[in-house]
Design a protein around this ligand. Sequence first.
Ligand code: FCB
Length: 493
Amino acid sequence: MSKWNSFNRREFLSTALGAAASFSVLPSGHRLLSELLEPQSKFAPFQFPDDFIWGAATAAYQIEGAWAEDGKGESIWDRFSHTPGRVKGAGTGDVACDSYHRYKEDVALLNALNLTSYRFSISWPRIQPDGSGAPNPKGLDYYKRLSDALLEAKIRPLCTLYHWDLPQKLEDAGGWPNRDLAARFTDYVDVTVRTLGDRVSHWCIFNEPWVFTFLGYGRGIHAPARENFAECMRATHVVNIAQGQAFRAIKAINSKLQVGTAFSMSNCEPATKSDADRQAADRAHAIGNVWFIHPALRGEYPKAFPGENPLGLMGVGVKSGDMDLCRAPLDFLGINYYRRQLISAVPPGSGEDATGVHNFDGHEGPLTDFAWEIWPDSFHDLVFRISREYKTTPLEITENGCSYLDCPDEHGRIPDERRVQFMRGYLHALGRAMLHGANVRAYHHWSLLDNFEWAEGYAQRFGLTYVDFRTQKRTIKDSGHWYAKLASTGSLT
Ligand code: FCB
């Protein structure tokens, strides 16, 4: 373990606070460590380890554009964004950041930011336009060129196989609630990794499985815009099976490839100290944070629903032998973290779902321009909790970021001081979690570029780099310069 600023981990654990923080003495719970820390120590200078990986993240549909080029098929996000009324301002990913043509410029940006890891995603309909069958060589070539450019720049490609852009043909055949999709997905993973596995050694199978099943099939505010809770729950099970099968397919190609998934997570904090709210917060954690981890690492679903035989009641559709299919000893867990959730108990069935949970945003901290609350302690507590629950699996922060609409000033500079403060807060929280024992090896900021923000279209800007969407000119924001310095020294003040 390399240099820590004030004291190393072993020394820390021998202090009173360290002892309280050690895994064995803390009960499962919320905000305990943050409550123990003095406010001034939250910003104590922190030195990240020398081998810590600094990166940025993007996703195919949000940046590539070229939506119908070189044989690419239609995805559910093409269909969704081309349907009037679905996306704010009628935004689409047709052009987005045009990264399909400008990827070299984007690799140069990563280089200028001193980053050593780039998390990007592969568009399934570029590889299999209809979702099955022979791969499209032009699609594969694009990702070969991109990966080669990254390797040339000494940047690790961290490639996500599914960041939400399902081929529309597969949605027409039933989408994720259809069990056949697990086999289709495994086939796509197999052809892709067979071609790229000689260059790309780190893979995320899915991006945020809870978000694309819940928002896409349950709430209908993301593609494919279905609103059916039973279908959503079935979809989650098919995704869990697909995760297990994809994991085995990748390992069969090369057992040395490192495979994980990027999970969306929120620290679930009980709204009051009542037992009912605490239990509801645990159920919210089960469904929202670890619903796709527990089956992979432990071969069972976590307890997310009150009552007897809850999985049967929820119609998840678990058949005999399924939980073995879901098993996948993931090499790392990716955490995408944006904000906490406050949780109160409601009678099952009367809340947003059958978990008997009502969740709402915290509003003690300041808000970003997307109105997401800033509460770095919750990041510390979540990372610490996950590292304790899945002790032996290393963590990578695969996304964390904020939307601010700062524009170029009269000199063309983008003074986004609020993003710098956001990053300082969350990275200090991460550093504290590491001091307390969390095994975190990487941080990827969302995002490298301002881009297409799903149903929000172009109304949000998450980039370290400002994109002028009329000209495609990229300009590194002040926060990007700040992050570049951190990435080169690892020294957080
Ligand atoms: C995450 C998504 C990512 C981006 C950020 C802001 O949920 O994974 O694509 O939209 O939110």
